[in-house]
Design a protein around this ligand. Structure first.
Ligand code: HEM
Length: 368
């Protein structure tokens, strides 16, 4: 089935197995009227529900004197597992809309991390929407129509498309590889383990702000990878950078991808088999905090200043509390990760993603 239900207890696009493409869009509200926000969210809900079924936005209209309700490029295409994941950024809770008391303490601007090279053009947003689909035209059509519906109320602030190997190219469903050639996602927590997802991803009844129960926090980082530098690095060093073998994805010192990561293992000379600054070691820390990664690669042409590829990872993670999960992890990585030689974080945003919506309701209704 090419259709992923839009309605449900939780939003689609979080524990949904990753589709082939993402079109990420951050919007800023330009209206000053608080009542425009729920109206926009209801319109977006109706449009999103239709598009996930492969139907055009709005009622068919054949009046030659009006622009068509739907932009048309997805006519006749399958829904292609289209999902929408809507969230709101910390900026929405400033003084503009009277929502300050509704801001969960887990939703705040992320701190600046050592080495950050953030550019305003890839940061922030009042509203963030992760649109994923197995077809890029279907995903693009969805973002374009959300922007069109928002006209007069909200404008696009930044967007980023991303890809991974398509399911058709892989066949076997193996872990996808990132642009550094390594399998990426191996040690992700199991999305089929409902108990674990409640611990790691979903906001619980005991957490703050009732309107977020069943929601999750999304962190987005646009991470540029200096692929040209990486491509001149010998294989031993590439593998030491991650602490895993490139071809098999196995942890250093092990045989298969899913073998346990043995952080204590030592070589005959007494050195750690997985180096002290290896990405997996630093990311894991003491293992007490996990995140659900749902990243995509990106390629956005050439950096005109250097003539090098503007390519990297559109890192997306979901967690129950970014300040307890993502932030300490990224603080460790920013300080010690061997990978830092090859990457720089150029964009950043965080969004509180609403719980799911039932038929007749609208996304984010609990906020009002
Ligand atoms: C593991 C790549 C950034 C958190 C891994 C692995 C790779 C990888 C290849 C090993 C396979 C796997 O378990 O998925 C990258 C690249 C990045 C990046 C290329 C940037 C361009 C980040 C960031 C975070 C992060 C920003 C979080 C702050 C993790 C975690 C693991 C991991 C938690 C699993 C560690 C474990 O428990 O074994 N990453 N990563 N990564 N990464 Fe990253």
């Amino acid at each position: 089935n090419e259709q992923i239900p839009f309605h449900g207890d939780v939003q689609a696009g979080i524990v949904t197995p990753s589709q082939n493409f993402v079109c990420f869009a951050a919007f800023d509200l330009i209206t000053t009227r608080a009542e425009d926000l729920p109206v926009l969210l209801r319109k977006w809900t109706d449009a999103a529900a239709r598009m996930t079924e492969g139907r055009p936005v709005g009622d068919e209209n054949s009046n030659p004197n009006l622009p068509p309700a739907d932009t048309g490029e997805a006519f006749g295409l399958s829904p292609s597992k289209l999902t929408f994941t809507f969230g709101v950024g910390p900026a929405l809770f400033d003084s503009r809309f009277g929502l300050a008391a509704k801001r969960p303490s887990a939703l705040g601007e992320l701190p600046r991390f050592p080495g950050d090279q953030l550019r305003a053009e890839w940061c922030g947003g009042d509203i963030g929407v992760q649109v994923c689909a197995d077809d890029l035209q279907v995903a693009f059509h969805a973002v374009r129509n959300l922007a069109r519906i928002a006209r007069g109320t909200a404008v696009l602030r930044w967007t980023q498309e991303g890809f991974q190997r398509t399911a058709a190219a892989s066949g076997s469903g193996d872990t996808p590889r990132n642009l550094l050639g390594f399998k990426d996602g191996t040690a992700n927590p199991d999305t089929k383990d409902a108990k674990l997802m409640n611990q790691v991803v979903w906001v619980q009844p005991s957490d703050e702000q009732g309107w977020m129960r069943g929601g999750s926090y999304m962190v987005v980082r646009r991470i540029r990878i200096r692929v040209e530098v990486w491509d001149r690095t010998h294989l031993n060093e590439q593998e030491a950078t991650f602490g895993r073998h490139r071809d098999s994805g196995a942890p250093l010192g092990a045989k298969s991808e899913f073998d346990p990561v043995q952080l204590d293992a030592k070589t005959a000379a007494g050195d750690p088999v997985i180096p002290v600054n290896a990405h997996v070691r630093i990311a894991r820390g003491d293992g007490s905090m996990q995140i659900l990664r749902r990243s995509y690669s990106y390629s956005s042409g050439i950096d005109r200043q250097t003539g090098q590829l503007d390519a990297g990872l559109l890192f997306i993670s979901y967690q129950r509390d970014p300040f307890k999960q993502f932030v300490p992890m990224q603080q460790r990585l920013a300080k010690m990760d061997a990978l830092n030689e090859y990457i720089s974080h150029v964009g950043s945003a965080v969004f509180a993603c609403f719980p799911g919506v039932q038929p007749g309701g609208y996304i984010g209704e609990g906020l009002f």
